[in-house]
Design a protein around this ligand. Structure first.
Ligand code: ADP
Length: 275
């Protein structure tokens, strides 16, 4: 195993989400992103993923120059240098991943948030729904199961729809019964999935309106890979919505960039005469 070379700094961001752990390693130039399920013990899953990612980088995790933890489970991470809120990390990470981004919409496994940021990725305003599963990845997971689909198939199925069913239920449990009722009445799965995406977009769009979103909007979180939902959100907001390739890593990227700021400030202090 190689030890860290010379004085080069390497830092990590760890996003302990409700569904998945995301790790980003950063040395000022190169980013390495890795993800693993959070499972029943997110703390152990996060430590294991950090270890695995560091090994892939060819270094020991103990040689890292700083680790910033974020996400739902950040307070359980004993190995981090500092914990930073998801809002701050998503703002910073999204500004890095998508140039010009001024509003972030993050749809994760258990919550959804809208964040307005300035040109530097600093948070100006935010709003969050972590009280209700509707409008989150969990809602789509439950509906996919009811339709005997995998979440990864939702976008493709909806893109084949020629119409969207109206989903009236505002609650996940009632929406599941409504979906089963629609199937029994002979509605097509594409039309139902398109309707579900529209319902999530309407809900998230109404929440995002509270921060007076301005474009371009960056969609982050696990749900960001769902292109049909991204299009529905753009339609609802009347703004361009982009989802960068590493959208699911926005939080861990922001955490790594904050760790980088801390490490470089610290190493500057160390190299100052008399420091
Ligand atoms: P967390 O940070 O809370 O762990 P993530 O941002 O990692 O959450 O997002 C996880 C969620 O993304 C899960 O609920 C999963 O169902 C959802 N998801 C993943 N892929 C898709 C997809 N193609 N369409 C819709 N939802 C998806």
């Amino acid at each position: 195993m190689k030890q860290k070379q010379g004085v080069a700094l390497v830092v990590a961001g760890v996003d302990a989400g409700s569904t998945a752990i995301k790790v980003t390693l950063y040395d000022g130039r190169r980013l390495l992103n890795r993800m693993a399920p959070a499972g029943w013990n997110p703390k152990e899953a996060a430590a294991a993923l950090l270890q695995k990612t560091a090994v892939e980088w060819e270094m020991e995790p103990t040689a890292l120059d700083g680790i910033v933890g974020t996400g739902y489970g950040r307070n359980g991470l004993s190995f981090v240098t500092r914990s930073v809120t998801e809002i701050t990390c998503h703002g910073r990470g999204s500004a890095y991943l998508q140039q010009g981004c001024r509003t972030v919409i993050d749809i994760g496994g258990q919550d959804a948030k809208a964040i307005r940021i300035d040109e530097q990725g600093r948070v100006v305003d935010f709003v969050m729904n972590d009280k209700c599963a509707a409008g989150t990845g969990r809602f789509l997971q439950t509906m996919a199961q009811a339709l005997d689909l995998d979440v990864a198939e939702l976008s493709e199925v909806a893109l084949a729809a020629t119409e969207a069913c109206t989903i009236n239920a505002m609650c996940t449990v009632f929406a599941e019964s409504e979906v089963i009722g629609l199937l029994n009445r002979g509605c097509s799965r594409p039309a139902i999935v398109a309707g579900l995406h529209r319902s999530v977009a309407n809900r998230v769009g109404a929440m995002a309106a509270r921060v007076s979103p301005i474009g371009p909007v960056t969609l982050t979180g696990g749900v960001a890979v769902n292109d049909h939902l991204r299009q529905e959100l753009a339609r609802n907001l009347g703004l361009p919505v982009h989802s960068p390739a590493a959208a699911v890593f926005a939080g861990s990227t922001g955490a790594a960039l904050i760790a980088w700021d801390m490490a470089t400030a610290e190493s500057g202090k160390r190299t100052m005469p008399g420091g």
